[in-house]
Design a protein around this ligand. Structure first.
Ligand SMILES: [Zn+2]
Length: 328
């Protein structure tokens, strides 16, 4: 029993750590979480020992005793295979890569120290941003009339999407389909957070920019968010689509002129560390796309479509299906 309780503490500690630090991995559904390049299991074990020593609760001493390094290592390997450490080659952040390279290359100790300090500050900022994001998710889960929405564009999909590319495809341009996802970060029981994916066919494409982003956010709010709800938005840093006067102006208009929502806050993720919920949803869609062949946009929509089949918490809205376009 004591052994069981100790492992339960350990499991909770590791789960909390992953929730705070890990990022969703859009590339691989077998390892859906990635850990930062600086991750070290030994350091994590030291943190665990420190935390255990800090706990001054009323639990029996025997139960509070930390597990050995061997057991910790074994437990991690057995239960947390779904987390993969980010290696230097797959690091998404240009700043991190450049600073790491500067630390490695620089012969002058002064410059090396400067690069080290810069990297530490940059990573601290990224960690703080991630903590703020996680805190918002936790808080709003307990509050009514408050929602956290994250939105982003996925990389465009080219259709037909086939496992083996016929040689003739190299001479043709395939149809481009855009996907814009808005995730409601509220966790729904046994489903998770739900993402609405807007599917935009090439013929209806509006260039990615404030006009398209605002149109889809407006559509989403109209049909999904009741008035009098306080909104918190998360997006990446792209100035073309998100961090611009038009989107901010639109939010101000909703709050001060239309008085639809009492408050709207928008947060931008730190450049290079922008992996968040929409990416994990795009990851599940793309992994099904890779396993199944897709001839046209019609196969992505509807209850049997690729979007809904990819995960229960992925739904889609097609701007217009090809059928709707045909004159009756
Ligand atoms: Zn970075």
């Amino acid at each position: 029993m004591v052994k069981f309780i100790r492992l339960e503490y350990l499991e909770q500690f590791l789960k909390n750590y992953i929730r705070e630090v890990a990022l969703p991995n859009p590339e691989n559904s077998l390892t859906p979480y990635i850990l930062p390049n600086i991750f070290c299991l030994r350091d994590l074990y030291s943190d665990y020992i420190k935390k255990q020593n800090e706990i001054q609760s009323n639990i029996q001493e025997e139960q509070n005793e930390p597990v050995s390094w061997g057991k910790f290592h074994e437990f991690w390997n057995e239960n947390f295979k779904y987390c993969k450490k980010l290696n230097k080659r797959t690091d998404f952040c240009e700043t991190c890569c450049q600073l790491r390279q500067a630390i490695k290359d620089n012969t002058s100790p002064k410059n090396q120290l400067k690069a080290k300090e810069e990297l530490e500050n940059h990573l601290m900022l990224a960690r703080e941003a991630r903590n703020a994001y996680n805190e918002h998710l936790l808080k709003t889960a307990m509050e009514d009339h408050k929602v956290v929405l994250s939105f982003d564009f996925a990389e465009s999909v080219l259709l037909p999407f086939l496992k083996d590319t016929p040689s003739s495809f190299y001479f043709k341009t395939r149809r481009k389909v855009d996907i814009f996802g808005i995730t409601d970060e509220q966790i729904v029981d046994r489903i998770g957070n739900i993402q609405t994916n807007y599917i935009i066919d090439e013929g209806h494409r509006i260039p990615k920019g404030p006009e398209s982003t605002i149109s889809m956010i407006h559509h989403y709010l109209t049909f999904n968010v009741p008035p009098d709800t306080s909104l918190i938005f998360y997006s990446d840093n792209c100035p073309g689509q998100n961090k611009n006067q038009y989107l901010i102006g639109f939010f101000v208009y909703l709050v001060t002129v239309l008085k639809l929502y009492p408050s709207i806050e928008i947060f931008f993720m730190i450049v290079g560390h922008t992996k968040f919920s929409p990416d994990s949803h795009f990851g599940t869609i793309k992994s099904l796309l890779k396993r199944r062949e897709c001839q046209s946009i019609l196969q992505t929509i509807g209850t049997d479509g690729i979007i809904r089949k990819s995960a229960v918490n992925n739904i889609e809205i097609a701007y217009k299906t090809p059928n709707e376009e045909r004159p009756n």
